[in-house]
Design a protein around this ligand. Sequence first.
Ligand SMILES: [Zn+2]
Length: 127
Amino acid sequence: MLNAGDHVAAYLTDGARRAENPCEDVMDRGTAAYFEKMIVNRRDAILERIWDRFDETGDPDPSDGERDQLKALDAALGRLRMGTYGRCESCDLGVEHETLEAEPETPQCADCATGQQPWIMPRRRAA
Ligand SMILES: [Zn+2]
């Protein structure tokens, strides 16, 4: 039978394992790496588009759409680091892989995102 010390030891071991691979409880390491690559590629493509436009027109500003998308992609990279990537920020269920394939930066599952752009979070009511 486990005593309290064993429980603490088991908890610490689990914590250390998660720290080593924080995505593990949401998706396996290979899947997380796959989506990370997709996100980084999308980010690079947008930055390249902004640079190209700057070269052509001298305009250094991203469009509102580009800015929103970069923000969403950065947030997704943050969730990958925190180990919460792939978990819906609204209902806490896993986001469908087809949804992530189509929009790897989405923070929400298809149900929660219905009727809005997937990277726009519902606004919280002011208290
Ligand atoms: Zn959801």
